[in-house]
Design a protein around this ligand. Structure first.
Ligand code: E4P
Length: 214
């Protein structure tokens, strides 16, 4: 299973990469504006220089022409840039065109299996279903992942599922059990994945026993 970091924070990306477990990064307009970058493109370039894997950059336009223009422009930043396009009919048109031009896409804001299937049919490289935001409205986020993975398996679809809007370690573990190809994880949740109180207690006990014999 691939792990992407869901952040635009350069310090956190460097830490995650140093842990040896980060395969890519996803950003969105909220995450980018949170970091207060002066220049969007140079921020993305900096991220691409740190992470040797896919880096998703989201378009702002809502019409297909604008999305295609922005997508082409952003794709010139680095060969690892993936263009994030919202799951709309205009978005499908943009995905089709960008795919025809060998530009990778990640269809985002997916909340239903039909959106994922249509995105895949248009040629999306990735789809990003949002589990946390569905859980927030009492509509099982992980059930959506199960359905999308089953549909893609039925038709041997190559489009990869990125589980997005992850809020806690169980989302990550359930994604792996279902067989989603990627989980994109906020930095604080990534740290929690490796945490276990018995590990901490075990280290403390070993060190105390060791000191007694010195
Ligand atoms: C990633 O591709 C998504 O933009 C992100 O996971 C959304 O997360 P949120 O629902 O916590 O904003």
């Amino acid at each position: 299973m691939k792990i992407f970091l869901d952040t635009a924070n350069i310090g956190d990306i460097k830490k995650g990469v140093a842990w040896g477990i980060v395969d890519g990064v996803t950003t969105n307009p909220t995450l980018i504006s949170r970091e207060g970058f002066k220049d969007y493109k140079s921020a993305l370039k900096e991220i691409c220089d740190i992470v040797k894997g896919p880096v998703s950059a989201e378009v702002i336009s809502t019409d297909s022409e604008g999305m295609i223009k922005e997508g082409k422009d952003l794709s010139k930043i680095d060969e690892n840039i993936v263009i994030k396009i919202p799951a709309t009919l205009e978005g499908l048109k943009a995905v089709k065109q960008l795919t025809n031009e060998n530009i990778k896409t990640n269809v985002t804001l997916i909340f239903s299996p039909s959106q994922a299937l249509l995105a895949a049919k248009a040629g999306a490289t990735y789809v990003s279903p949002f589990v946390g935001r569905l859980d927030d409205i009492s509509s099982g986020g992980m059930e959506l992942i199960e359905k999308i993975v089953a549909i893609f398996d039925n038709y041997l679809i190559d489009t990869k599922v990125i589980v997005a809007s992850i809020r806690h370690p169980l989302h990550f573990v359930e994604s792996a059990l279902i067989g989603a190809e990627v989980a994109t994880i906020p930095f604080p949740v990534l740290g929690k994945l490796m945490k276990h109180p018995l590990t901490d207690i075990g280290i403390e006990r070993f060190l105390n026993d060791w000191k007694k014999n010195q």
